[in-house]
Design a protein. Sequence first.
Length: 184
Amino acid sequence: MKILSHTNCIKALGFALLLGIFFVPSVPSYEHLYGYNFQEWKNQRDNFLIQFDTDPHTPIAGNMSTLMFSVQNLQTEQHLQNFTARITILNQGSSSNSTIYESKSNETNGDFSQRYTFPTGGLYEVFLRVDTPSSIDVSKFTVFVSSPSFQVLNLVYLLLPLLIFVGLLAIAIVFIARYVYRKK
């Protein structure tokens, strides 16, 4: 069996570290929304870009969640200033598809959030209406809300990147230990 060189061990550790960094969940910032999980809505005509995300990424029925929005100029990527926003939430699973929540209209600048507790699991539609002096735009986003029966699947989904990273780290440690042991 061929003994791994010192360079190969360093490369393996670097690769394991890179994978660990890749699988770390993204944390939204309030500058713009970053990561892999946010949804975008673009309006080329009115030059709008709206980003949307939730915290946690998969809200749990009965628990408080944060709906985060970032409203930007599509070309400059600067936050839109002095607009009025209105949030409306519909339950797609409901037979009447009725409004279950509507926020009060508020004056805002760029990034804002709204805390909300989804009553049941299922699919929800989140509408954001943005009123500016020159236009009115409505964007639509879809949110999956987990019910208690899906919590085990959510736990596996959340822990999978950590389990992969720990497994790769363990393999790297075994290779390094074998290398050091054989060198002696």
